[in-house]
Design a protein around this ligand. Structure first.
Ligand SMILES: Cc1ncc(COP(=O)(O)O)c(C=O)c1O
Length: 354
């Protein structure tokens, strides 16, 4: 039967996004900034207690929202739970973006901002990080004069690791009187800095958070949008009634109670991030200061050959040839023994050009 499906033009114009995330479980996964130590054991205990009756009910959000909001230091009306961090970004398109309205992003960055913009048929204005992965503050402020509907900034930025400071963020917010400013704080815990406390001063400020990284819950999908009550109420209008599943809620609450486990992980990441940078320097590999649970490194022209060899030995890194340049790679900070395995394999397989 011949039919004509009325597909939107924006969809016809794009390809399917296939995350290279299959068959990784037995490998050394330093490619997606996962918490390679795994979640707190308290999460598995809490999940095991779920009953058949609970699983048959539509989830209730009031109590979990109250407790998760308390963790972030905000009121329940200032926090909206989402199906992971990715979904915490999608809601801004549903709320603010119409086909052919324009959004502003700073590349290289997390690809989902561009991904959603393409699906929604938005125009994308791009400013670029500098050659030292420094934030293009002047360009962003100039671009805000054109009143993009949404500005997305990952802070710390993935993959560069760049962290914007208070003054820079204040200047951006002051210039953004016609723009929703989304500060994506997926890695905030590793930087020790957050703008969550600013929501009452800036109605245009929206903070996106996730428990995928710090709490090791990437498989369960729990994210949040935080904003002042009035601004968040607008975003709520675009939400479906049951965006988050019960297992994610139960896991999130158990993980957040085990603050010791999260603090231990953050401390280890901060320690090993510095150590890995020093070790890579001994191979003449350039790294960029990172405030996340990853490190951006430049191995030079022979880098891609090395990454291929590592991949063959089951060591997965995230190559950034396409968006930054050949020889660039993002490395997730794993455990001490994982970092040692990586360095030993690099030592064996790679020689820096003389
Ligand atoms: C900057 C940034 N934001 C958001 C996310 C989404 O996280 P998730 O959907 O796993 O919660 C990621 C994941 O890598 C990220 O790097």
């Amino acid at each position: 039967m011949k039919v004509h499906l009325p597909v939107r033009k924006a969809i016809l114009n794009r390809r399917t996004y296939e995350a290279p995330a299959e068959g990784r479980s037995d490998k050394l996964r330093l490619d997606f900034n996962e918490n390679t130590s795994g979640c707190s054991p308290a999460v598995r205990r809490a999940l095991a207690k779920l009953t058949a009756k609970q699983l048959a009910m539509y989830p209730e959000y009031q109590e979990p929202t109250r407790r998760i909001a308390r963790h972030f230091g905000v009121a329940p009306e200032e926090l909206l739970l989402t199906n992971g961090g990715d979904d915490a970004l999608r809601v801004f398109f549903d709320t603010f973006v119409q086909p052919s309205s324009h959004i502003l992003i700073c590349e290289p960055t997390f690809p989902m901002y561009r991904y959603y913009a393409e699906i929604y048929g938005a125009r994308i204005s791009v400013v670029r990080y500098g050659s030292d992965m420094d934030f293009p503050l002047a360009d962003v402020i100039a671009a805000l004069h054109k009143r993009p509907r949404v500005l997305f900034i990952a802070n710390p930025n993935n993959p560069t690791g760049t962290l914007l400071q208070k003054d820079e963020l204040r200047r951006i917010l002051k210039a953004a009187t016609y723009t929703a400013v989304v500060i994506d704080e997926a890695y905030a815990e590793f930087s020790g800095f957050s703008v969550v406390k600013w929501i009452d001063s800036y109605p245009q400020l929206f903070v996106a958070r996730t428990l995928s990284k710090v709490a090791g819950l990437a498989a369960l999908r729990l994210g949040a949008v935080i904003a002042c009550k009035k601004s968040l109420a607008l975003v709520r209008r675009a939400m479906p009634p049951f965006p988050v599943n019960l297992a994610a809620l139960v896991a999130a609450e158990a993980a957040l109670k085990d603050t010791a486990a999260m603090n231990r992980y953050v401390f280890e990441v901060q320690r090993l991030r510095q150590w890995l940078a020093m070790e890579l320097e001994k191979f003449d590999v350039k790294t960029y200061p990172s405030a996340g649970n990853f490190l951006l490194a430049y191995f030079g022209p022979t880098g891609p050959h090395l990454f291929h060899k590592l991949d063959k030995q089951g060591i997965l890194l995230r190559e950034r040839s396409k968006d930054i340049g050949p020889g660039f790679v993002r490395i997730t900070i794993g455990t001490q023994s994982e970092m040692r395995r990586l360095l030993n394999t690099i030592r064996k397989e790679w020689r820096a050009p003389a």
